[in-house]
Design a binder for this molecule. Sequence first.
Ligand SMILES: [Zn+2]
Length: 627
Amino acid sequence: MFGKKRGGVVELVDATVSDNHDLDDGENRLDLVWAAEDQMRFGEMLVSEGRATIEQVQAALWEASVNGKSLGNILVKQSVLRNRDLIDLQERFDSAQISTNIQFNVPIEDVGFLHQEKVAVFGMSPTTVYLACLGDQRKVERHFSAAFPNKTLEFLAVRPQMVDAFLQRTDKLPARVETPSSGNVDKRIEIVRYVPRGTSDADVLDILVNLAGLRGGSDIHIEPKAESYTVLLRINRIRRIIHEGPLRQFAALRAQVKERARMDQMEYRKPQDGGYSQEIMGRMFDLRVATFPLNAGMEKIVIRLLDPDKASRPLSDLGISKTHDWNAACGYPHGLVIVAGKTNSGKSTTLISSLREQDRIGKSIYTIEDPIEHRVDFITQMSVNRADTVRLDCQAATRAMMRGDPEIILIGEIRDRETAQAAVQAAESGHLVFSTLHAGTVRETVNRLRHFDIDDATLRPMLRGVLAQRLIRTLCDFCRGAGCGPCMMTGYNNMTVVSEMGFFPSEDHFRRMMDDEVFWEPMVSDALRKLELGITDEKEIHRVFRSEIEYLNTDYPGVAELAARVKAVVKGTAKSMVDLEPRRQMTDDDHKRLATAAELDRSLGALGVRKMIVSPEYDTVANAYGD
Ligand SMILES: [Zn+2]
């Protein structure tokens, strides 16, 4: 028994972490007992602050009892906490906890220096960089103070083994090797080599992937040419060259990628897709790989990195106006719930957030995805394989799933009669089924289902809710559309959802909809409200609803009003009704953060890849939503 509740106070007791009999010496044993108690107190804090439930903390302690990792790291892996929140929580609880992480969010330029002075870097909060050092501490202080002038350094006391473990993990980090130059060489044409000469072919892939993960890159493009190949990395939407290698190395790299992504090695005439997961300095990334046939048996390879932290946004953060209705629809024990939208409307993010917030431990949840984008612990995720060799189609996967004692089922996308039938059958047999559909509105979603031969009599008793959504960009708090540093001159600094939510608590609601009644707030009203609240501006609404506005599409009630208002502003005949006064002045802290970012940007070189070190508020839009 792990926990008991006594008068509202949660006690976590007898964690098996402290119950390990395989330990060889008393000192280690004490360490572990201490760690366990400490982590349990951390768990109590999380529960009392509502950051995790008792069940979630218990599940993490169970896992810790086997793999010996820290509670915080496991809760991040189990998508209970977000990585970016973990250090802040630990900092408040007891900064010594931070040494239990190798929770890497600190850009490292000089791996050689770390080895030389035996330094481990545990993480970075808005104010502090946490590290440990077995070498010359003053030298290390100078080095890191120069790299992070606005941060305090805190040296944590750790056992030497932890520093060694850290350094071992840096072995496959990209090195930054500079050719010694005579000093007056123009920095702008400097070439920064991240993959050192003489690196064995087998290590190139890991170096590239680590580099992308550490620098916040989203895609790696590997492009063979006639006599060599080029690797480009996309960071903040811009591609930069990070490596050039011989074709022999490309062949080795391609074989390695295909093997890991479980692709057909011999097939180079057809595009393929696959994926795998990889740990990058303590965090699991999901990688999606796609290949494209070129001339002469060559292929281009694209690796997309999916950052789990960006996918774990809580549902309440996504901008869905009718969260209450959505949660009500998701709370039924059985029925059909659909998220509708076009490509890149954030559907998967909404769905995975909804599933993550279900009781993943108490209920058994299965998904069928194509492909699996983000792995979530305690959810059984099956990937439908379209490769010719192993054919697992959606129907076969659904049949298999039914034997696995499911309660909640996600069928990735309803795209044809077969998947529609599979979803309906699962809902009819007493399961709660989630799915997505390519449609613009609630009504269009229902029409598409009927088009897939699902009749009204079948749909009426089972349809619980349809959320139709799109993504719009939100105005930057500082410049309100004018463009400034934090928003990278775009005027917008994030994305949010514009949606309509059809909730069908009874069959009568379904009938009313079929009688052409719209009893939910239409999407256009939500867009107008987001304009009135100054969350976005007319230009952005015009961009997102362009075709509906131009054709006054009557599937979108209220579109005429929206068109009149938005078109006039875009044409310049009316002034924006959005309050464009800055919402927030830059504080000293913001200025400092920006200055650090700019400084780092410069120090990382003009041609090399760069990473903006920015606070969560400045999070760039790229990859915030996957779809
Ligand atoms: Zn701005």
